[in-house]
Design a protein around this ligand. Structure first.
Ligand code: FES
Ligand code: MG
Length: 593
């Protein structure tokens, strides 16, 4: 303990466990925690009570090994003189939860806020892993503002097919679906090859949303340096769990709180690092949400301005060829941050949970494999961040440029007079069921110049927002070798997808966005250099369509299936505002209330 600011009598948990003004409260709290063996000495001798937010369970395989890992967290907490109290979080499992795991990010956030506010906790270890678990935890940490530290569960080991073909989580599914559609493989082979990608405990081993968001937590300064990407089964993962437990106790004494760390500089660091990592297109939504709960306004314009100029350094799927195990062995997040810092792209003075600055944490952490983590002057892709597109279709939609392939560029972005723009006829789908029902319908006349549009997939249209924008072409086109078409929509797409879609469009069709006015057969023009996306019809025609839509009662979306869907739809904001619950964003520092 280097810098003690808090004395035992100032611990927040004293209100519950040693409160002479409210003897009844103390009595009922003490007797009930002692009923399973906690001692009076642990509760009353001024030890910090440390919560452990357990995100793992049998329902959440990506985070399940936290059940084992927290034993080491507890050892660390006790070694540093704290008392661990583990409690469950609402489960969020990405690829199983219907209608979408994103619906639960805000629900888990709310639950966590109530627990952290309402129980006798002096600090908390937030166990993260699967996609939305990390933002839910960080959003709650920002709102409550008790000392908090993130512990990632870590990615799975590399998946292999045979001895040398890497099989990456999620990414392989997008690939195999095309093979299945083309008739190259059958259903059984599809399933068998998919399971190759998941050889151990842990979360997705690609730079999907899970690895991205855990890396973001580290870049924000909210987890121990180097901890985000340690593969789940490695011994270093258990060691860092122990260190995390020790560190949170000191953080309580030092009174280091999330809002001391989650500054504008920290968010700018995260945006820059996300481009260099080839991070998920879900990251802007979650980072904007965490920032809003920390009282900091981050926009998609910030993402383009700060992030687009940054080069891609991590050669990890879906933007690259390796997986997270190799990324970790090549130096992981600290090596990327060190490279960015050397070229002046980061705020090195940003504070982190270990009490040191980001620059101090990554000093000397050079890449150990220059193919897996590139030097800044030898990147995989230059200008690898997101472009923020605007126009009469939406106010904001993002395109991840690090995944634009040469083949895609040649087909759509190669007109000599206009190299960064393309025009196309659209085929419009209202939600993924409509897409699956009609994609092979010849009446849609989809050819190699068609832009596939998905609407009704935003936070309101499909409660929580669906990861469905990366649509594959009709089977007939795939069989002719056309494996991708430009896609655009108000939904999201999986972070493991390498599709250069235009997504997260806001406002979505369901709340009156321009996508609601599109009709199959319309032409749209996308200009990446100007950052524009426009429907090519006259203003009069658009106005008439808007009137017709209004007379039908607006864009129709499916009814609520559960109470939470109705509650969330009534107050959720659009993707460019982080998909936060509007009334929740005004609460700050609630631990002190
Ligand atoms: Fe859980 Fe990818 S499905 S991390
Ligand atoms: Mg996903």
């Amino acid at each position: 303990m280097s810098d003690q600011k808090i004395t035992p009598s100032q611990l927040r948990s004293r209100w519950w466990f040693d409160n002479p003004e409210h003897p009844g409260t103390t009595a009922i709290c003490i007797e009930r925690y002692m009923n399973y063996g906690v001692t009076l000495e642990e509760l009353r001798s001024g030890k910090p009570i440390i919560g452990i937010a357990q995100s793992g369970s049998d329902l959440t395989p990506c985070n399940r090994h936290h059940i084992e890992l927290v034993k080491r967290v507890k050892d660390g907490i006790r070694a540093a003189g704290g008392v661990p109290f583990e409690f469950p979080m609402h489960p969020i499992h990405e690829n199983v939860r219907r209608p979408t795991a994103a619906l639960d990010r805000n629900l888990a956030y709310l639950g966590l806020v109530e627990v952290l506010h309402g129980y006798p906790l002096d600090g908390v270890v937030l166990t993260t892993g699967c996609d939305k678990t990390t933002p839910a935890c960080l959003m709650a940490a920002a709102t409550v503002n008790i000392p908090a530290i993130v512990l990632s569960g870590g990615p799975m080991l590399n998946g292999w097919r045979g001895s040398n073909e890497r099989v990456g989580s999620g990414t392989i599914i997008w690939e195999l679906r095309k093979r299945l559609a083309a008739g190259d493989i059958d259903y059984e082979e599809f399933l068998s090859r998919a399971t190759d990608s998941a050889p151990s405990v842990g979360h997705c081993n690609t730079m999907g949303t899970a690895s991205t968001m855990n890396s973001m937590a580290e870049c924000l300064g909210m987890s121990l340096p180097g901890s985000a990407i340690i593969p789940a089964p490695y011994k270093e993962r258990s060691i860092v769990a122990y260190d995390t437990g020790k560190r949170i106790v000191d953080m309580v004494w030092e009174d280091i709180r999330p809002l001391d760390i989650l500054t504008r500089e920290a968010f700018e660091n995260a945006i820059v690092a996300c481009s260099a990592l080839g991070g998920s297109s879900n990251a802007p939504i979650h980072i904007i949400a965490i920032a809003r709960h920390a009282g900091i306004e981050i926009t998609n314009d910030d993402w383009q301005q700060l992030g687009h100029q940054i080069s891609l350094l991590s050669n990890v799927m879906p933007a690259g060829v390796y997986l997270c195990e190799e990324f970790y062995r090549a130096g992981g997040v600290p090596a990327v941050l060190n490279e960015l810092l050397k070229v002046g792209k980061l705020h090195g003075e940003a504070r982190t949970v270990n009490g040191r600055t980001l620059a101090e944490n990554v000093e000397g952490r050079e890449t150990l494999d220059e193919d897996v983590i590139r030097r800044y002057d030898k990147p995989l892709v230059e200008h690898a961040g997101f472009i923020n597109l605007k126009g009469n279709l939406f106010d904001s939609a993002l395109m991840k440029t690090s995944v634009i392939s040469d083949e895609f560029r040649q087909r759509f972005l190669s007109r000599p007079d206009d190299p960064d723009a393309f025009e196309g006829r659209v085929a419009v789908f209202d939600g993924s069921e409509d897409y699956h029902a009609r994609i092979d319908d010849p009446d849609l006349e989809i050819d190699e110049n068609t832009v596939l549009v998905m609407r009704g997939a935003g936070p309101v249209g499909h409660p929580g927002g669906a990861e469905v924008v990366n649509m594959q072409p009709p089977e007939a086109l795939i069989k002719r070798g056309i494996e991708s078409l430009p896609c655009l929509g108000d939904g999201r797409q999986s972070g493991t997808s390498g599709s250069p879609s235009i997504l997260n469009a806001a406002p979505e069709a369901a709340v009156g966005g321009g996508l609601a006015l599109l009709e199959t057969g319309d032409r749209i023009r996308i200009d990446l250099r100007k950052g524009e996306a426009n429907l090519l019809v006259s203003d009069e025609d658009l106005a008439q369509r808007r009137e017709r839509l209004a007379s039908r009662g607006g864009y129709i979306y499916p009814p609520h299936q559960t109470p939470w869907q109705e509650i969330q739809r009534g107050m959720v904001e659009q993707h460019d505002r982080g998909m936060t619950l509007e009334p929740a964003t005004k609460y700050r520092d609630v631990a002190r209330r």
